[in-house]
Design a protein around this ligand. Sequence first.
Ligand SMILES: C[S@@+](CC[C@H](N)C(=O)[O-])C[C@H]1O[C@@H](n2cnc3c(N)ncnc32)[C@H](O)[C@@H]1O
Length: 277
Amino acid sequence: MRRQMAVELTRSGIETPALDARLLLCAALGVEEIALILAPEEKLSIEERDAAQAFLERRLAGEPVSRILGRREFWGLSFGLNDATLDPRPDSETLVETALRHFNAPEGESPRVLDLGTGTGCLLLALLHALDGAWGLGTDRSEKALRMARQNAAALGLERRAAFACADWGGAFCGRFHLVVSNPPYIPYADIGALQREVRDYDPHAALNGGEDGLDPYRVLFRQFGALALDGGIGVFEFGAGQETALLDLAERAALDVIEVAEDLAGKPRVMAVRRR
Ligand SMILES: C[S@@+](CC[C@H](N)C(=O)[O-])C[C@H]1O[C@@H](n2cnc3c(N)ncnc32)[C@H](O)[C@@H]1O
């Protein structure tokens, strides 16, 4: 069955047919990958074949494997997804790496982290997992996304260190944080229709749409950063292709010093770390 699935995925132009076939078959059978080696495929029951076939058809129709499984690995941790959350991207691990590189733990108090537009909670929870004793707040405009983030926090045993609140970015908060992160929607509105179908048809548009030039969220976030960060606190923001120059300009206007522009896995500028001037 696995080979047959891989052949069909190859024919339909899926980029990683063998991997997708393996993951979907494991999910259909409810087993770990190692069990596929130990259990001969001929022994699949009719129900198991039907389940695998149903997953295959969804993948052939363009649904990403992570959406079919309802899960995605990020920073070595497993995150549940729903239709209100972005599917976390490997490139966003650059944000976590950059934040950890520049973060200096405060003396005598717990680090406080704010994640604006938290989605699954992947950035906040990865940071809390890495920063001993840190406490964090994740906000999102979507209640449904926040429900998923809370579930993910509980599944990772981080629910006592993570709180989630429905809010329009950070305007409702007056707390001060050592670290503020955000991966806001940054696709220019007119470009959404031309995205890959895996993105366009399965990621929520509220997680993609950054307004006319894709920069609307940064105009708000950079302005709010000054009121949300403690003295010496840092902000770390993900951005999209070709937005670096405009973002440098927005940072300058908001009186932020740029500490680093970090590159993603493909060597493209992807993350900006800033500090209040
Ligand atoms: C690109 S997704 C990032 C999700 C997650 N942080 C990640 O990296 O996978 C942007 C998130 O911002 C949220 N969002 C959009 N506009 C918002 C606003 N005005 N205030 C708060 N959150 C917002 C969306 O619902 C979405 O979850």
